[in-house]
Design a protein around this ligand. Structure first.
Ligand SMILES: [Mg+2]
Length: 200
C-alpha cells in the first residue's frame, strides 16, 4: 500500500504542476489568486516528506505528510485540504473498500466541522460528499473505476453553478457563479489519482 500511496502523491503533484497556472487564474476570479501555487507547494512538500519517512508505517507517514502540508500551505485551504491526507493513512489493506468509506466519512465530518461548511456552499465538500454517497452504494469500487472518476469530475464541475457561501467568493457580486471552485477542481485531480493508484 505504501507504493500505491507514493504513486498517488507523486502523480497528483505532477498533474497539479501541469495546471497550477490555470488554478491560479481561476482563483484570481473568486479568491486571492494563489490556489494553484499553494496546492503545488503542499504536494511538493508531501512528496518530499513521504520519501523521507518511507520506512515508517503508512499511518505515521500520512500523519506527517498532512501536518507538513498544512504548515506549508497555511490558511484555511491548508487546514481543510490536509484532512483527507491525514485520514487516508487509516486505510486497511485487508478491507480496502470498507476502510475507504470510513476515510471519506471522517473527512466529510471534519471538513464540515472545521470549515463550518455545508453541501452546496461551493467548496471542496461538494466533491467529497458525492464521492462518499457513491462509495456507500457501490460495493466493488475496483470494478467501477470509470464511474468513480466520472462522479469526481461531475461533482467538481457542478460547483460552477453554485453561489459561494464560504470564502472570499461570497463577497463577490455574482458569488463566483459560472466559475468552478479552484479547491474543488484541485481536489478532483487528487482524488482521481488516489483511486487510480489503488485500483488500477
Ligand atoms: Mg489563497
Amino acid at each position: 500500500m505504501i507504493k500505491n500511496y507514493d504513486n498517488w502523491i507523486k502523480r497528483s503533484c505532477l498533474k497539479i504542476n501541469n495546471i497550477y497556472n490555470e488554478l491560479d487564474d481561476l482563483d484570481q476570479k473568486v479568491g486571492d489568486g494563489d490556489h494553484g501555487t499553494t496546492i503545488l507547494k503542499g504536494l511538493t512538500k508531501a512528496e518530499k516528506v513521504f520519501k523521507e519517512n518511507i520506512k515508517n508505517s503508512l499511518d505515521e507517514i500520512m500523519l506527517i505528510v498532512a501536518k507538513e502540508m498544512r504548515i506549508v500551505m497555511g490558511g484555511s485551504s491548508g487546514i481543510l485540504m490536509s484532512i483527507f491526507f491525514y485520514e487516508s493513512g487509516k486505510i486497511n489493506p485487508d478491507n480496502i473498500s470498507l476502510s475507504i468509506v470510513t476515510i471519506f466519512q471522517n473527512t466529510v465530518n471534519k471538513i464540515k466541522k472545521t470549515g463550518k461548511v455545508s453541501i452546496g456552499d461551493k467548496s471542496i465538500l461538494d466533491v467529497y460528499v458525492p464521492v462518499l454517497d457513491y462509495l456507500n452504494t457501490s460495493i466493488k469500487i475496483d470494478k467501477n473505476l470509470e464511474s468513480i472518476n466520472k462522479i469526481i469530475t461531475n461533482s467538481s464541475e457542478s460547483t460552477m453553478n453554485m453561489e459561494a457561501k464560504v470564502g472570499r467568493a461570497k463577497f463577490l457580486e455574482k458569488k463566483g457563479l459560472g466559475i468552478i471552485d479552484p479547491g474543488a477542481y484541485s481536489t478532483s485531480i487528487i482524488l482521481k489519482e488516489f483511486f487510480n493508484s489503488i485500483y488500477k
